[in-house]
Write a new protein. Structure first.
Length: 500
């Protein structure tokens, strides 16, 4: 293939940043309150990406993320390579700016280190300036926590990346730039004798990509819009990272907000104009199809989705909705994901459960299938396949008070505080079911089941919804009502996602 088509990552890889080391490109993205966090993706051609791990095993402090906090945690990380180490800085809007580092992309990664404490400190990016030997850090502000927005604050940073050397100074005030608002997500670079900040403005769904430059880190900066929607169908193209190939070609990876699908990732060509400013896309408009980067051909690849759960282990594409607890998933000698039916007073609302194992909803129509066996004999124990967002729907099995197992299909609207039936359900006499979701255009999901007589549609179509800042998720779960003792388990096998 001589061309590629955007998006190159068609799922919710929010707030991407990218770096090249040798012939390899690496990308990370926001993971908010899910664990493990800070996904790590690898590519050799900037088009085909695979997920190779995570940099953050658990969120800290542990007790804060023992329950779901879907719009908290890891916001807009920056990925850099310096002094033969990989570095990731991110902002937790409720705690401050954190940093982890590792000698190799697969680790071992250090535990999170708090570089700057404070509310509303988000989107940090470091720079080690090879010309001067100085180190710097820039960050944005979340108005929801600090009352401040549309400003970028700069610091001198200790070269070890552990501390800041001053109290900070506002180096860009977006209120002073006519027409600019919600300036955030800065990425800091040095190029051609200038300090460059590539930063989005204008809001997630409707904004644009800005470039700012100054001869000195603390300013003053001049600005320019370098990527915007124009007459394309790519709304709000912005917030990402610049990377240069070994041959000297420049590229820019950024996101586009697509409702329930979250923030999908586009690859744009980039060049430096005669006036020294970057030109991104097709003279400032995003491209849909473009010649591939001039890099060695690679096999077609994408982050994994399917899983046979060998030995009870799940692939790196899965994340819990909070820090995982001991015994939630059990390793064993065969295949299949064995999830404990964790007791909870919130079993009626999947949005509150930490033991939901999730992965991203693909951005194109797809079919999702998994086979389920409910091994629990506990009345009220249930397990299933879910689509999670502000609203949620799930289909699965539940043990009744009469000892029998039923196929159930339930949902909850965004404003509801508990689920209700989406269909009458039916007996599942073998305690087994094949569960299916057909996700059509617009993330409209049809639920189906097979308890031995073939696939049967269940209930009305469910329109998936995002969470705040987070796209809809596919989830597997097992739960039981509050009570004493172990409540048994459920086993999932043959998880598959295929094109519709």
């Amino acid at each position: 293939m001589t061309t590629y088509t955007n998006p190159v990552l068609n799922a919710d890889w929010s707030d991407p940043d990218v770096v090249r080391v040798g012939d390899d490109f690496y990308l990370t993205a926001s993971s908010f309150g899910r664990a493990p966090g800070l996904p790590l993706l690898h590519s050799r051609d900037l088009v085909d990406w695979t997920l190779v791990g995570h940099a953050l095993e658990r969120l800290e402090p542990e007790e804060r993320f023992a329950s779901p906090r879907h719009d908290c945690g890891v916001w807009a990380p920056s990925l850099r390579h310096h002094d033969d180490r990989f570095w990731i800085f991110w902002g937790d809007p409720d705690q401050g700016i954190f940093q982890v580092n590792a000698p190799e992309i697969r680790g071992p990664w250090t535990r999170p280190h708090l570089v700057k404490e404070g509310k509303g400190l988000i989107d940090p990016c470091p720079l080690w300036d090879d010309e001067s030997g100085e180190a710097y850090l820039v960050h944005a502000w979340a108005k929801s926590r600090s009352g401040i927005k549309n400003r970028l604050t700069g610091h001198r940073m200790h070269p070890d990346g552990l501390s800041l050397l001053d109290a900070g100074k506002v180096i860009v005030d977006g209120d002073r730039i006519p027409g600019w608002f919600t300036l955030e997500g800065p990425k800091l670079y040095r190029h051609d004798g200038w300090f460059w900040i590539l930063a989005p403005a204008g809001g997630v769904e409707t904004g644009w990509q800005g470039a700012l430059r100054s001869r000195g880190f603390f300013g003053p900066y001049e600005e320019r819009i370098v990527l915007e929607q124009r007459d394309t169908d790519v709304n709000g193209p912005h917030q990402g990272g610049w990377v240069r190939t070994p041959g000297g070609a420049d590229w820019f990876l950024h996101f586009q907000q697509r409702g329930a699908y979250g923030r999908v990732v586009h690859l744009q060509p980039m060049r430096w104009g005669a006036d020294g400013w970057p030109v991104i896309g097709d003279d400032g408009a995003p491209v849909a199809v473009h010649p591939r980067p001039d890099l060695p051909a690679q096999p077609s690849a994408a982050p994994a989705t399917d899983d046979d759960f060998p030995g009870g282990r799940f692939g790196r594409q899965w994340q819990w909705t909070a820090n995982p607890g001991a015994g939630w998933a059990t390793q064993h000698s065969g295949d299949g994901l064995r999830l404990a039916c964790v007791r909870s007073g919130d079993a009626h609302d999947l949005r509150r459960l930490p033991q939901v194992l999730t992965q991203r909803l693909p951005g194109t129509p797809c079919v999702v299938e998994v086979e389920l066996r409910l091994d629990s004999t506990e009345s009220g124990a249930r397990a299933g396949l879910a689509v999670l967002g502000d609203a949620f729907g799930w289909i699965g099995l539940e043990r009744g008070s009469d000892g029998g197992v039923r196929l159930v299909h339930r949902f909850a609207e965004a404003v509801a505080d508990r689920e209700r039936d989406a269909s009458p359900g039916c007996p599942a006499p073998q305690g087994r079911a094949r569960l299916r979701i057909e996700a059509a255009a617009g993330a409209r999901c049809r639920f189906l089941y097979d308890v031995g007589a073939g696939l049967v549609p269940s209930g009305p179509v469910f329109a998936a919804t995002p969470w705040r800042w987070v796209g809809a998720l596919l989830g597997l779960f097992a739960a039981a009502p509050e009570g004493p003792g172990h409540a048994g388990a459920a086993t999932f096998t043959h998880f598959r996602i295929s094109a519709q």
